[in-house]
Design a binder for this molecule. Structure first.
Ligand code: G3P
Length: 224
């Protein structure tokens, strides 16, 4: 089954969507944490309390060097949660990914803007690959096309890395990548809300209610 994540450090939004969606966990990045004003030491325990002990958390290293990323990955992996270490798929980051995988740590290669970049990260052993769909679209390129090419390459070469598509601004982008059979998506709260909202839904529900009450008043279904 596809893994569904919320791309947010907002505890109340995670609580809200965990009630109605089958969340595998939460993804964050340095910008999300900086904007929330709270770091991992505060956010992770709160998220774990909401999501339970099996939730998976993707958290990104901020060190600029290979050695720093490796050391940071080891520290993140020692946290008492189901952690995936996010590493930017740069030249430095891919060097770190190779070393981090030797430690048996789960890795997500992030900041992927092209299929070839994601493919190299997969060859280096990354467990997850995060192409930035909307950011690619915003540059005048084809975010869904990059995801399609990357999934094709993974299939062709028998690689088990999962695409965890990120950076969405609308539900069409989400639907288009989910139709490709990718392994995971992470949604910002506003796009998660759009996924089950449609202008025709509420009027339909209200019509049911009106029709029912006209005949059965306050009776419940099994009382009719
Ligand atoms: O972590 C990557 C993803 O969160 C980027 O999303 O909306 O900043 O493009 P966005």
């Amino acid at each position: 089954m596809i893994e569904l994540y919320l791309d947010s450090a907002d505890i109340e939004q995670v609580r809200r969507f965990n009630l109605c969606l089958p969340l595998t966990g939460v993804t964050t990045n340095p910008s999300i944490l900086a904007n929330s004003g709270a770091g991992l030491t505060k956010v992770l325990p709160a998220l774990a309390e909401v999501l339970g002990p099996n939730a998976r958390f993707h958290a990104q290293v901020v060190s600029p060097t290979v050695e720093g990323m490796l050391a940071e990955a080891k520290q993140l992996n020692q946290l008492p949660y189901n952690m995936v270490v996010k590493v930017p798929a740069t030249e430095t980051g891919l060097s770190a990914v190779k070393l981090i995988k030797k430690e048996g740590i789960l890795v997500l290669a992030t900041a992927i803007y092209s299929a070839q970049q994601g493919f190299l990260a997969a060859l280096c052993g990354a467990d997850y690959l995060a192409p930035y769909v909307n950011r690619i679209d915003a540059m005048g390129a084809d975010g869904v096309g990059v995801v399609a090419d990357l999934q094709h390459l993974l299939n062709q070469h028998g690689l088990e890395s999962k695409i965890l598509a990120a950076s969405f601004k609308n539900t069409q982008q989400v639907m288009d990548v989910m139709k490709l059979g990718i392994g995971a998506v992470t949604l910002p709260p506003d796009v998660a809300a759009q996924m089950f909202s449609h202008p025709a839904v509420q009027p339909a529900v209200e019509q049911f209610s009106q029709d029912w009450q006209a005949v059965f008043a306050d009776k419940l279904s099994f009382e009719s």
